[in-house]
Design a protein around this ligand. Structure first.
Ligand code: BJW
Length: 237
């Protein structure tokens, strides 16, 4: 379908994904009814201040979500797989920027991928910067395997007030792309919510795929509403 439009196979594409793409894999979104922020206060678990107040509460929250990723039922869905197929088949660059901290895109086969809000399966030492994969639970009594500091291993997650990863690379790609596709994000959290403005200002065609119109829907040239597992495979077939 993409190639039915004005795009040539080889035009650069940037895809932004949010929690909605993983919803049909069994992971909660944040702001929908029953979402993550209806169960915990974001100030407690997704800010540096919350972590300073009660680090073990924050570790417990991320330990539970890290463990959930290893459940057999949590698997990449047809939308994750379709984006991996797009990257494999399109002749030009397909740069996938995800706000998600799960690993479903890489498990589906995406390779040109940036986790701008960090990764659930990584921890970072606040003393020496050591950043490594962690499959299990983390506690505030942990010792950093690199510098031996105690209690310095925090989830490698970008919390509110912190700088997301890869911003220079992302803005370069937004300036160069011919097509910007936003999938499964409410468009409420910056800087990701502003990517459509940037891409559009530099001439990209902007397409939104979401269950419902997002907060930024009016910025897109075209908006398709429905579940990601239906819309994304149809787009790339
Ligand atoms: C489906 C579906 C299906 C469901 N199919 N669709 C005032 C104005 C402007 C900005 C600010 C401000 N005050 C503060 C700020 C900055 C702040 C911010 O944006 N706050 C807003 C709340 C106002 N941002 C930051 O602090 C960021 N850092 C920053 O700005 O640094 C400075 C900077 C300056 C200049 C340049 C660059 C940087 C950091 C933000 C960190 C966000 N972290 C979180 C938590 C991660 C940890 C965790 O997972 O616990 O990231 S918050 C949470 O929201 C998570 C997500 O990645 C992020 C976005 O959520 P997402 O993915 O959009 O999910 P939902 O639930 O909101 O939406 C899901 C959508 O899917 C819905 O629309 C559904 O309809 C849809 N859907 N099922 C298709 N089956």
């Amino acid at each position: 379908m993409i190639s039915d439009w004005r795009f040539r196979r080889g035009d650069p594409i940037v895809v932004l994904t949010g929690a909605g793409i993983s919803r049909e894999s069994g992971l909660d979104t944040f702001r929908d009814i029953g979402g993550v922020w209806s169960k915990v206060k974001l100030e407690d678990v997704a800010t540096p201040e919350g972590y300073a107040r009660d680090p073990q509460q924050v570790q417990d929250f991320y330990n539970a979500r890290r463990a959930q990723l290893t459940e057999a039922a949590i698997q990449p869905n047809a939308a994750h797989r379709a984006l991996a197929a797009l990257e494999a088949e399109w002749r030009g660059p397909v740069f996938l920027v995800t706000q998600n901290i799960d690993d479903l895109h890489e498990r589906a086969g995406s390779r040109s991928l940036l986790h701008m809000h960090g990764e659930l399966r990584r921890v970072r030492c606040t003393a020496c910067g050591d950043n490594r994969e962690e499959a299990g639970a983390v506690t505030i009594a942990d010792v950093c395997p690199k510098c031996s500091a105690i209690g310095t291993r925090r989830p490698d997650i970008v919390w509110f007030g912190e700088m997301p990863y890869g911003m220079d690379r992302i803005y370069e790609a937004l300036v160069d792309c011919e097509l910007f596709i936003s999938i499964g994000t409410s468009g409420t959290v910056y800087p990701a919510a502003g990517f459509v403005t940037e891409a559009r200002a530099h001439g990209a065609y902007c397409l939104e795929l979401n269950l419902e119109p997002s907060h930024g829907a009016s910025m897109f040239h075209r908006v398709l509403n429905g579940p990601a597992t239906e819309l994304v495979p149809r787009l790339v077939e």
